[in-house]
Design a protein around this ligand. Sequence first.
Ligand SMILES: O=C[C@H](O)COP(=O)(O)O
Length: 222
Amino acid sequence: MPCGLSHLVVLVHQIGCGMRQEAMAFSVDYFFVGGNWKCNGTRESVKKLVADLNAASIADDVDVVVAPPFVYIDQVLGSITDRIEVAAQNCWVGKGGAFTGEVSAEMLKDIGLNWVILGHSERRQLIGEANEFVGMKEAYALNNGLKVIGCIGETLEQREAGKTIEVVAQQLEAMRGSVNAKNCEDLARQEDIDGFLVGGASLIGPDFATIVNSVNAKKVAA
Ligand SMILES: O=C[C@H](O)COP(=O)(O)O
């Protein structure tokens, strides 16, 4: 799905049916893999994961971004290879202030982050983030110098036309569930798949490296 903004990476996800996944869609010749660690990890497990990623061989022409939980971002920034960028999993909709528990875009920039994930399906479903709110977050983050990994679902038009299930089913059929080290090459070869936002498999260094390097399967197929 063309986004028209060089700093906005658009992901597609489905909400409903108890299932969700993100698949990246670009209009340009580009491959990107994001590792969303979600609410997982300890200092020790993060240390091991970063060591595994630092030791991994990563193909040249793929951008890699990992998103640790907030409390481990500084640890990751201080230890991960320059080859891999770091993202936050969320940020506040505007400037900081009396917003207990929130983290502002300015704070992310201040600690050296350039990326943030916004509108993830889990935040839409579990936290109740609405489209407009997510849109305001994205605009604020972009205006404050962050690159945004924006997650979106089916369109309002498709939903109003009663096509949500059809669209979700087609997307699931194309993706066959979460991306992992076993299915990543098949998925990467698909013409309309140009990258992944990886959840569970991003917590296993060698598996994440295999997914990152699935760009090679795409090049062979091209
Ligand atoms: O952020 C990643 C997506 O929610 C997919 O997660 P998963 O790969 O664990 O299914």
